[in-house]
Design a binder for this molecule. Structure first.
Ligand SMILES: [Zn+2]
Length: 135
């Protein structure tokens, strides 16, 4: 599903070109360090933890809301959030296709690609379906 709010197309750089190419195919990539094996966000050629070289890997598509805010005093309200990926880094993103009044910190979310104005998809997140096993 699409967000009602239009998003400008991202401008790829040499460090992010492969990320946006994969995003246009709805594949979520992260950079992982060849020395310490940690992933990071945003994509960088040099590991921010140990300065090692990095490689592209498929990133997790689920996580939890670390923090968020809802922008309501704009023509089309939207939610900005930090999402802590499962077994991955935390990224700044948007929460889409959700009831802004029921969002909460710690809420499970799942990746939801949102189309941009003539560019690749951008990774946003939407609340994960409630699990009946969690009761
Ligand atoms: Zn490293």
């Amino acid at each position: 599903m699409m967000s009602a709010r239009s998003m400008p197309a991202p401008i790829p750089t040499p460090d992010t070109e492969a990320f946006w190419q994969a995003a246009s195919e709805s594949r979520f990539l992260l950079r992982r360090c060849l020395s310490c094996a940690r992933t990071h966000w945003y994509p960088r050629a040099i590991c921010p933890h140990c300065l090692g070289d990095t490689e592209w890997v498929e990133g997790p598509t689920t996580g939890t809301i670390y923090s968020y805010t809802v922008m309501r005093r704009v023509p089309v309200p939207y939610a900005v959030a930090y999402v802590a990926l499962d077994d991955g880094p935390t990224l700044l993103t948007n929460l889409v296709d959700c009831d802004f009044d029921t969002l909460h910190i710690g809420q499970p979310v799942t990746l939801a690609w949102v189309a941009t104005e003539g560019g690749p998809n951008v990774p946003c997140f939407t609340p994960a379906a409630e699990s009946s096993a969690a009761r």
